[in-house]
Design a protein around this ligand. Structure first.
Ligand SMILES: NC(=O)c1ccc[n+]([C@@H]2O[C@H](COP(=O)([O-])OP(=O)(O)OC[C@H]3O[C@@H](n4cnc5c(N)ncnc54)[C@H](OP(=O)(O)O)[C@@H]3O)[C@@H](O)[C@H]2O)c1
Length: 332
C-alpha cells in the first residue's frame, strides 16, 4: 500500500504570521481513478499571496473561502500517472487548481496540458497567474503609452517584475519599488528598469522626484504601505492607478487609511481595482498579448523553490517578510 500526503485547512488565520496549527497534515492511501478520471502526481505547487485571502472567511471576497477541513487551495503542475480519460495519457504534464496535495484524482475539468517546450517553473512563473495578472492589469486598465512614467510597487515580485518589463519593452520610464537593495539592483541591472526605490531605506519623496521628474502617469499598486501616498502625490492629470494587491495590509489587524480623494477630481485620475477570476475567460487573449514579449526575450524571471509539501506552510510567510526572491514554488 502506498501513501501520500495532503494538507487541509482547519482554522482561519488571525492577524500576524501564518502558523502550522491552521493546517492538518494527512497521510492517506493513494487514490485510484475511476472511469473517466486521471491520477495526477503533483510536481510543482504555486504559492501566492492570494492564499491568505482564501483562508479567511471574508463574505465580500471575490472567491469563496477554502472550507475548513478541505485541502488547501492552490494552483500547480503535475504529471498524469494513471488515466481512464480519453483526452489524457500517462506522462502528460498538466496544470490547474491542484491544491496542497501530492496526488489528486480529476475528471480533467480545469486541467490544461503544459504547452510544448515549456517547463513547469516557466509556466507557473510567467504564463500562469503572474503573467496573466501583469498583462490584464497593465493593458486592460493601464493604457500605457511610450514616454510615460510608471511606478510599480512589489517590483521584484512575480507580478511586479513582469509589469515593469512589459512597460519597459513598450518604451515607458519604469520605476520599481522593492524592500531591499539586492532586489532594487536586480530590477535595474537584470530586468532593465530605469530606477528603483528601496521603500524601507530611501527618502521616498526625494527619490521619486529624482526618478520621475515629469510626474507619474501609471501607478501599478501591488503592496500599499508607505509608498502609496508618495506616488499618489506625484500622479499626473489623467493618471491611472491599477490596484492589483495590498499585501502590506493582508495580515494587519487594522487596514491603513488611504489617500484623500480630492486629487482624483482635480487630476481626473482613474483608480481601478481588479481580481483575475473576473478575467479567466480572457486568458487566450492575454496569452496572445504576453507570449511575443516572452518569446522575444523581453521577460526574465527567477524562482524561489522550496522543497516538500509541508514547506508551504511557513513558506507563505516569506511573502510578508519579503524573503521570497522571485516566484515562490514548492517542489514535490
Ligand atoms: N488582483 C489579482 O487578481 C492579483 C493576482 C495576483 C497577485 N495579486 C497581488 O499582487 C501582489 C504581488 O503578488 P506576487 O505573487 O507577485 O507576490 P510577490 O511580489 O512575489 O511577493 C510579495 C512581496 O510583497 C512585498 N511586501 C510584503 N510586505 C510588504 C509591505 N508591508 N510593504 C511593501 N511590500 C511588501 C515583499 O517584497 P519586498 O521585499 O519588496 O517588500 C514580498 O516579496 C500581491 O499583493 C498579490 O496579492 C493580485
Amino acid at each position: 500500500m502506498s501513501t501520500y500526503t495532503r494538507i487541509n485547512l482547519v482554522a482561519r488565520p488571525a492577524p500576524g504570521p501564518i502558523t502550522a496549527d491552521l493546517f492538518e497534515v494527512v497521510q492517506d492511501e493513494i487514490p485510484v481513478p475511476g472511469p473517466g478520471e486521471i491520477l495526477v502526481k503533483q510536481t510543482h505547487m504555486s504559492l501566492d499571496p492570494a492564499m491568505i485571502g482564501w483562508m479567511n472567511a471574508d463574505p465580500e471576497s471575490y472567491i469563496p473561502p477554502v472550507a475548513l477541513g478541505d485541502v488547501m487551495r492552490s494552483s500547480g503542475a503535475g504529471t498524469v500517472v494513471e488515466s481512464n480519460h480519453p483526452d489524457f495519457a500517462v506522462g502528460d504534464k498538466v496544470r490547474g487548481m491542484t491544491g496542497w496535495t501530492e496526488y489528486l484524482v480529476s475528471k480533467g475539468e480545469g486541467l490544461n496540458k503544459l504547452p510544448e517546450g515549456l517547463d513547469e517553473e516557466t509556466v507557473l512563473a510567467v504564463f500562469a497567474l503572474p503573467g496573466l495578472t501583469a498583462t490584464q492589469g497593465l493593458y486592460g486598465f493601464g493604457d500605457p503609452k511610450e514616454g510615460e512614467t510608471i511606478v510599480v510597487s512589489g517590483a521584484a515580485g512575480s507580478v511586479g517584475s513582469i509589469v515593469g518589463q512589459l512597460a519597459k519593452a513598450d518604451g515607458l520610464n519604469v520605476i520599481g519599488v522593492a524592500g531591499d537593495d539586492e532586489k532594487c539592483k536586480w530590477i535595474v541591472d537584470e530586468l532593465g528598469f530605469d530606477g528603483a526605490i528601496n521603500y524601507k531605506t530611501d527618502d521616498i519623496a526625494a527619490k521619486l522626484e529624482e526618478l520621475a521628474p515629469r510626474g507619474v502617469d501609471i501607478y501599478f499598486e501591488n503592496t500599499g504601505g508607505p509608498i502609496q501616498q508618495h506616488v499618489f502625490d506625484r500622479m499626473n492629470a489623467h493618471g491611472r492607478i491599477i490596484v492589483c494587491g495590498m499585501i502590506a495590509d493582508y495580515t494587519a489587524a487594522k487596514p491603513s487609511p488611504g489617500p484623500n480623494w480630492i486629487p482624483l477630481i482635480k487630476k481626473r485620475i482613474t483608480v481601478r481595482g481588479f481580481a483575475m477570476p473576473d478575467h479567466y475567460g480572457d486568458v487566450p487573449a492575454l496569452l496572445e498579448k504576453l507570449t511575443p514579449y516572452v518569446m522575444g526575450g523581453k521577460i526574465k524571471y527567477r524562482t524561489h523553490v522550496l522543497e516538500g509539501l509541508e514547506s508551504a506552510i511557513d513558506g507563505l510567510n516569506l511573502f510578508f517578510t519579503g524573503g521570497n526572491r522571485g516566484k515562490l514554488i514548492v517542489k514535490l
